[in-house]
Unconditional design. Sequence first.
Length: 159
Amino acid sequence: MLLAVLLVYSSSVGCEKRIWKNSLDSPDQLGLAVVDALNRKDIEHLNRLRVQRDEFLNWIWPEFPASRPPSNFPGDFAWSNMNKKCNIGMKKWIARYGGHNLKFASIRFDQPSETYDGFQLLRGTVLTLQNAAGEKRELKILGSVVVKNSRYKLLSYED
């Protein structure tokens, strides 16, 4: 019996230390991954770089003020709206910038961050890319970045 309890305890402790699936170590890594996916026109990879439905509904949405009374805005409705905008945005940005052999230059956040229970939002994301001629361009194609346990993921793509 003691062995079973220890196994359950060690497996539950191990779950807490797991790396957040498809999250990255830094905003720069996230920016590099976005540019790589754009260059390859890989919409599936762009999608994996953002918060997924269960993550949104289980620990992001409940922390947002719109999820609580008096508004009680339903999480599924919020996810559906955000997901639709993200899908439009990913297709739009691949059509506009996909396959152009762009290089990641930098990523910055022009708006104040917001702290919630369990995560932080880095807002006003600006992605700077460089083309083959060396010209740099600042793009506002990414939504906020979520920081959870020192790991990074996009919340959304701009449409």
